[in-house]
Design a protein around this ligand. Structure first.
Ligand SMILES: Nc1ncnc2c1ncn2[C@@H]1O[C@H](COP(=O)(O)OP(=O)(O)OP(=O)(O)O)[C@@H](O)[C@H]1O
Length: 410
């Protein structure tokens, strides 16, 4: 059994820096889990706590049924049955490839013939068959990282820990190694914990993704769950580059505060559930998250939006659109929108959260207004020309709107 269970895990560094705060995480046997979060969110600390390089201040770490760490007790890293791959310095330069890869077996006292057989097998697995005698200095970055992966898996670890293991590689090599790593860990049935800065990589590789912020677990779910049912505005923004807009909910839908942006009730979801007929209307302050792919931009000389940034994307241009003080990310599909193009905008779908004050007070999300499609007051999805919807504020300037929106900065 190679499940990994963290229970109420907290870790304060000397000097009081908070590394982790009350993290509960259960990783299944054979599962590939990616850890993501902003810089300083606790990803490396969590990995190091599983590896045994740091001891929790409170809480426990278990692999299978074995208790590996609790306050005052920590099983040594080399006795935890783990394989590890780091971003850099992963291969000892003064040893041949074969010597590097066989190191865990030597430590374990495996006899020579068996070592040789398993090194050949591990190198074959990572596409470096026959390279035992090579000097690592003569290898490419990608090949060196494969050597590190071969060394990490040769001891048949219970769990594989990857700390930015692919981050130093250039695309498309990184892309290829990603696919290979996924296939390899699956074929070996390994439980994997993979720390990465790359959100796309996390979503592409992992069975489930853990999102950390400030040492706390914000959400743990499948890639689809994180995209479709983010637990908080933070997760929506971090994972999907969603724009966050504050305003209020009434029977007709969402109205941005001091701005013409409207989203009809039928296009609002909460907690991954589409608003359903019969749900009692909840009026009041709210915050919505709009993913770029759910904000459609169409070239329109009289439209309210102005494209301020346009990056070519394989699936359509990736835009930043300025609309009366709101900076919104959008994907234009089927059309090209250069910088300076005026556009009309349509919100296809948005996720509703309680207003920040209500969230801090611990309020659950209230039900959405009745989303009966017939009641949709704005089939075009808002963003009327000139921005003058009911209660709209076409003439409001950027300074006034600045507080209502919060987009991810890169
Ligand atoms: N050795 C240490 N001593 C004191 N504080 C530390 C130490 N290592 C990390 N921290 C602090 O703990 C918090 C979490 O750091 P950690 O390295 O786990 O974050 P991270 O998510 O891996 O960040 P990054 O993406 O930048 O690598 C940060 O506030 C950091 O400053």
């Amino acid at each position: 059994m190679s499940s990994v269970t963290l229970s109420s895990l907290s870790l304060a560094y000397p000097g009081g820096h908070l590394g982790l705060a009350d993290v509960d995480l259960s990783i299944r046997d054979g599962e590939f889990v990616a850890l993501v979060g902003p810089s300083g969110s606790g990803k490396t600390t969590l990995l190091r706590a599983v590896a045994g390089f740091v001891t929790p201040t409170s809480g426990t770490v278990r692999i299978g049924d074995a208790l590996l760490a609790s306050p005052g007790h920590s099983t040594e890293p080399e006795r935890r049955g783990l394989g590890m791959v780091f971003q850099q310095h992963a291969v000892w330069p003064h040893w041949t490839v074969g010597r590097n890869v066989e190191y865990p077996l030597r430590r374990a006292g495996v006899e020579r013939a068996e070592r040789r057989r398993r090194v050949a097998e591990a190198l074959e697995l990572v596409g470096l068959g026959g390279m035992e005698r090579r000097n690592p200095a003569t290898l490419s970055g990608g090949q060196r990282q494969r050597v590190a992966i071969a060394r990490a898996v040769i001891g048949r670890p219970r769990v594989l820990l990857l700390d930015e293991a692919l981050s130093a590689l250039d695309e498309p090599l990184r892309d290829r190694l990603r696919l290979e790593l996924r296939a390899l860990t699956r074929s070996l049935g390994l439980t994997v914990l993979h720390v990465t800065h790359d959100r796309g990589e996390a979503l592409a590789l992992a069975d489930r993704v853990a999102v950390l912020d400030g040492g706390r677990l914000q959400q743990f779910g499948t890639p689809a769950e994180l995209l479709e049912a983010p637990a908080s505005p933070f997760v929506a923004r971090f994972v999907s580059d969603a724009a966050l807009v504050r305003g209020s909910i009434d029977a007709s839908g969402f109205r941005a505060a001091g701005h013409a942006l409207r989203v009809p009730a039928g296009r609002l979801v909460h907690g991954g559930r589409r608003s359903s007929a019969g749900a009692s209307p909840a009026h009041g302050e709210a915050e919505i998250a709009i993913r770029p792919e759910h904000l459609l931009a169409r070239p329109d000389p009289a439209g309210p939006g102005l494209v301020t940034s346009s990056l070519f994307g394989r699936d359509g241009d990736e835009l930043v659109v300025e609309w009366a003080g709101l900076a919104l990310r959008s994907r234009a599909s089927g059309v090209r929108c250069a910088e300076g193009t005026r556009v009309s905008l349509s919100v296809e779908h948005a996720t509703v959260f309680p207003a920040p004050a209500a969230r801090e007070a611990g309020a659950g999300a209230g039900p959405l207004p009745d989303g009966a499609q017939a009641a949709d007051p704005d089939p075009a999805g808002t963003a009327e020309r000139g921005g003058s919807g009911p209660g709209g504020a076409a003439g409001d300037g950027p300074a006034r709107h600045g507080a209502a929106v919060d987009t991810l900065e890169r």
